[in-house]
Ligand binder design. Structure first.
Ligand code: TXA
Ligand code: MG
Length: 310
């Protein structure tokens, strides 16, 4: 059952006690806690088994609240106006007197911030008096959660509460842009880079090479379904799950369809749920058809490439 205003009030109670809860966003579910509290933030890293060196994204309801913690600039304002609330995360310079827990940033001088669009987290952010640190709600290096039940599957009794906002509309994590200097892309995601480039007026540099550590979460192994995955496959082996872009007339038991027609956005939305389903069904490996490297297809291919480093 989807959560309502009284569930949101219960969520606030847990958060006020420095506990972690699962929250829906339009990209993926987050494992959220008070970003101003060391106690609360420590729990996120522990529950998620996340290395302390990998900083968290902090979620704000509006720019007014963000102003207390970060320096903002024109590039940020332009992109914020066009895309927020929405699937974009900004890296900004942190103010010295900010109240953000040092554990969130691993003592870095920058902070990743986001303004989510999903009504449940938006309403939650309105009634609490701190921003929410929230990485994706999955065990570190594994596939992100796009439904409340995924969060429960991953963490079980380790967390007390999950707000249910239905299936995430986008299904891929936010696109991360570093706007501390000339804007750079740190992670491909739910917002197409071409749309961001239109607003900035030029091509953006991409720093998504895993060898460079600008966005430490861009490590080689990430988004892993827990079984081997290979990409650009024309014909799967017997017993292998085959993930294809569009529904096909020759249905076979081991075929899984990312979209009904040929829609990359729909494919992005379904990618993580299908990887979870395939694993649950007991398949030992996954083959994926070639996905066109355009628009959201670029983000899908980025995730598949990392998932294939099993
Ligand atoms: O869509 C999303 O962004 C979701 C929802 C819950 O908001 N969150 C998410 O968080 O994907 P997470 O922790 O799974 O990924 C955050 C990424 C990591 O790759 C991390 O290294 C990077 O953001 N990051 C965080 N702070 C950073 C910073 N100051 N500079 C550069 N990268 C940063
Ligand atoms: Mg993640």
């Amino acid at each position: 059952m989807k959560s309502n205003q009284s569930n949101i009030k219960i969520a606030k109670k847990y958060l006020d006690k420095n506990m972690c809860i699962g929250v829906p966003t339009e990209t993926v579910y987050g494992l959220a806690a008070n970003a101003y509290s060391d106690t609360a933030v420590k729990k996120i890293f522990k529950i998620k088994k996340r290395p302390k060196s990998n900083p968290l994204i902090v979620h704000y309801p509006n720019i007014k609240n963000l102003n207390k913690d970060c320096y903002i600039n024109n590039h940020f304002l332009k992109l914020h106006k066009k895309f927020c609330p929405g699937p974009i995360t900004f890296v900004l310079k942190l103010k010295k007197n900010s109240m953000i827990s040092k554990l969130v940033t691993n003592n870095k001088k920058t902070l990743a911030v986001r303004f989510p669009r999903h009504p449940i987290i938006k309403n939650l952010l309105k009634i609490i008096d701190y921003p929410l640190a929230a990485p994706s709600a999955n065990i570190s290096t594994k596939v992100s959660a796009v439904e409340a039940k995924d969060v429960k599957d991953d963490f079980g009794k380790k967390i007390n509460y999950v707000l249910d906002g239905g299936k995430s509309r986008i299904g891929l994590e936010s696109t991360i842009i570093d706007v501390t200097n000339a804007p750079k892309v740190l992670r491909l995601g739910g917002l197409e880079i071409s749309r961001i480039e239109k607003v900035i007026g030029k091509k953006l540099k991409r720093i998504i090479n895993p060898k460079k550590k600008n966005s430490p979460g861009q490590s080689r192994l990430h988004y892993s379904p827990g079984i081997p995955l290979r990409t650009n496959v024309k014909s799967p082996k017997r017993n292998e799950a085959y993930l294809v872009l569009k529904k096909n007339k020759k249905r076979k038991l081991n075929y899984f369809y990312l979209s009904k027609k040929n829609n990359l956005k729909e494919a992005g939305k379904n990618l993580y749920s299908l990887l979870r389903i395939i694993k649950k069904k007991g398949y030992k490996s996954i083959a994926v058809e070639k996905i066109p490297n355009i628009g959201i297809g670029q983000s899908i291919n980025d995730r598949l490439k990392r998932a294939s480093k099993f």
